[in-house]
Design a protein. Structure first.
Length: 131
């Protein structure tokens, strides 16, 4: 069969899509991609800010840990050398029920700070007296 005969028997049922429609769709896709890009850029900036914040917090946590360890060292020294410390209990303070400070009752039944478990109390204590 010749090409002319084939052309006569081939009937198009669809019309070609106009180029302008593709252009509009491409423009829409381009605009959507621009929107996605600006959102990704904003998220990127937020993530950078968060990472900076975490890094700063990490530094501050390191400082706080150093301060805590120093206070524990001083508290342990004060506990060992304080005249009010007996068998790990502080006889200079009483504590109320429900206190967050670790406590035990002495031989008289008085609740007193268990300074063997809480070195920070001695570190901050104004009642310290050397033996
Ligand atoms: S330093 Fe203060 S808390 Fe510690 S045993 Fe002495 S008086 Fe008690």
């Amino acid at each position: 069969m010749s090409a002319e005969a084939e052309a006569e028997t081939l009937v198009a049922e669809a019309k070609p899509v106009p180029v302008s429609r593709f252009a509009r769709e491409l423009e829409h896709i381009h605009s959507s991609l621009e929107d996605v890009k600006s959102r990704v850029d904003a998220l990127d900036a937020t993530v950078s800010m968060l990472l900076e914040g975490f890094s700063r917090l990490e530094g501050e946590a390191g400082q706080a840990k150093r301060l805590y360890l120093i206070a524990v060292s001083i508290g342990e020294w004060k506990r060992r050398t304080c005249r009010y410390q007996r068998n790990g209990l502080c006889t200079a303070w009483r504590v109320s029920d429900g206190t967050p400070i670790p406590a035990r009752r002495d031989e008289s039944g008085v609740a007193r700070p268990d300074v063997s478990k809480e070195p920070l109390l001695c570190a901050l204590c104004p009642l310290y007296e050397p033996r």
